[in-house]
Ligand binder design. Structure first.
Ligand code: FAD
Length: 329
């Protein structure tokens, strides 16, 4: 059985029945229908195989980029198997700005709209004009405009109504020709009139200094989503616990999940081979030949402890896959 260890960034030693690398959507559909249990994978940076998967895994290698322009915008249609960070780098080299705040996020272009990847004040959905996909059952090709993708915080229609039913084949970006740096977030605010390249380099430096590199220490980035609380709940927490960090988020207050995890004493804690990162408690790491059970035990203990103490249910951001498919904790 082929190993999935190098195909997901947490690097647990799971295996599966077969791995297909597909470079055409027709091939993907043909092979997919030949097997009952399947999983579609991009870069495996938001997926964690907890144990051996009793089915076939399909790795997306759809490639290609096409360009056109309007008076005010660069319009770039990108195949979903392209690598996200390489794309951001290539756009900058062409002088096309907008995605520089999203440098160094691992994974494929096709997964970017699914959880509307975001970092340093920018979300991919801000620049996505359209997403093209094939219905896995019917093979039909459809396109959804960015405004129809229901982008939200780590969310979109591809994570809800369309989840599991489609293969995203292309993402079309619209990047304004007028340069508009976004420096609202954290250390970027210290930059004065930065060029897109400066933002790109600064983001890369910050990320390298703060986040463990999955190639050397297996991890899946932020393990939990930051909870968005009702304003009244947030106020209750502040009354009881003093300074609780929070940021206005549409209909509520977003509180860093890392704060809750830190307050509950998990920083640097180990269960089996899994360690809650000592500097970034939102990141669980494969510190010492972790098993899927170690991951589940650590995640459940964190969720239970935070909920008991603060009445805040944390939700994993990472997709957890068991022997028969995706599971929820
Ligand atoms: C070190 C590290 C840092 C990270 N930092 C960030 C960050 O700053 N911001 C952020 O938002 N995320 C971050 N992430 C999470 C991750 O990089 C993103 O979610 C990324 O978009 C996942 O891409 P992927 O191709 O690896 O997805 P995968 O894990 O391969 O797949 C994720 C899900 O999407 C589905 N899928 C994949 N491709 C397709 C397709 N073409 N069509 C339909 N469904 C598909 C899969 O079935 C799966 O359910 C980080 C992860 C790591 C490891």
């Amino acid at each position: 059985m082929p190993s999935l260890q190098t195909h997901h960034t947490f690097h647990l030693p799971a295996q599966c029945q077969y791995i297909h690398h597909f470079s055409s959507s027709d091939t993907f559909l043909d092979l997919w229908h030949g097997s009952a249990t399947n999983y579609l994978l991009g870069g495996g940076s938001n997926t964690l195989f907890l144990e051996d998967f009793e089915g076939q895994v399909f790795i997306n290698t759809l490639k290609g980029i096409s360009y056109r322009e309007t008076k005010n915008s660069h319009i770039i249609k990108v195949a979903s198997g392209e690598n996200w960070h390489e794309l951001v780098t290539r756009f900058l080299a062409e002088g096309w700005h907008g995605l520089e705040n999203l440098a160094l996020i691992p994974g494929s272009v096709g997964a970017a709209p699914i959880q509307n990847i975001g970092a340093y004040g920018v979300e991919a959905g801000n620049f996505i004009a359209a997403v093209e996909y094939r219905d896995i059952q019917t093979g039909e090709t459809n396109e959804r405009m960015g405004s129809e993708c229901l982008f939200g915080y780590r969310d979109s229609i591809f994570k809800s109504a369309l989840a599991g039913h489609i293969l995203i084949t292309h993402v079309t970006f619209e990047l304004p020709k007028k340069y508009q740096p976004i420096t609202t977030y954290g250390d970027l605010a210290k930059l004065t009139d930065p060029s897109a390249n400066e933002i790109y380099n600064t983001v890369i430096n910050i990320r390298r200094s703060k986040l463990p590199d999955p190639d050397t220490l297996g991890n899946a980035g932020s393990f939990f989503k930051n909870p968005v609380l009702l304003a009244s709940h947030y106020q209750d927490l502040k009354n009881e616990f003093g300074a609780v960090p929070g940021f206005s988020a549409g209909n509520g207050v977003k509180v860093p999940a890392a704060w809750f995890i830190d307050q509950c004493g998990f920083k640097g804690k180990t269960i089996g081979g899994v360690r809650c990162h000592p500097d970034q408690p939102l990141v669980l790491t494969n510190a010492n030949n972790a098993s899927g059970d170690d991951v589940i035990s650590m995640a459940q203990l964190i969720m239970q402890t935070v909920n008991e103490r603060y009445a805040v249910p944390l939700e994993p951001e990472v997709r957890l896959v068991g022997s028969a498919g995706a599971i929820t904790l």
